[in-house]
Design a protein around this ligand. Structure first.
Ligand SMILES: [Zn+2]
Length: 142
């Protein structure tokens, strides 16, 4: 997988997953970056849906080519132009821009990025996986 923000250090992803936020666990990594930094598709696949939620703000659910994983990108400032549900995307394609939509602090633009392994109960929700572990394992396997 490509890191969704160009040049972002995998080490910085460590420890964000499972961090408590109030009463909830946080099954994602928060990647700090300046507002409007491009957000890249971490692999090829399809846009599952573009969704505006109270918590996540402008979000993207991207499916892996085999449909076994969903990549979730939240708090976007905006989507890439002409991005639609069902569109195919290529690895490294710009799909949106870092922002503070939803419940992100207005002075802390960041990408909330999550990976789910789809287990059949829902097309978009499955078992959350720690992105740090995924990237770190890929690095050490090289
Ligand atoms: Zn987050």
């Amino acid at each position: 997988l490509t890191v969704p923000i160009a040049g972002y250090s995998v080490k910085l992803m460590q420890g964000s997953f499972y961090q408590h936020r109030g009463t909830r666990l946080h099954y994602a990594v928060d990647m700090l970056a300046p507002r409007n930094t491009p957000v890249l598709a971490v692999e090829s696949g399809t846009i599952g849906r573009l969704f505006n939620s109270n918590a996540g703000g402008l979000t993207i659910y991207q499916k892996s080519p085999d449909g076994k994983f969903v990549y979730y990108y939240a708090h976007l400032e905006r989507y890439a132009d002409n991005l639609h549900d069902g569109d195919p995307v290529a690895r490294n394609q710009v799909i949106g821009y870092v922002g503070t939509s939803g419940n992100a602090p207005p002075n802390t633009p960041h990408l909330h990025f999550a990976i789910s392994k789809i287990d059949g109960t829902s097309v978009f929700r499955g078992t959350p996986i720690d992105p740090f572990e995924v990237y770190n394992n890929e690095l050490t396997a090289r």
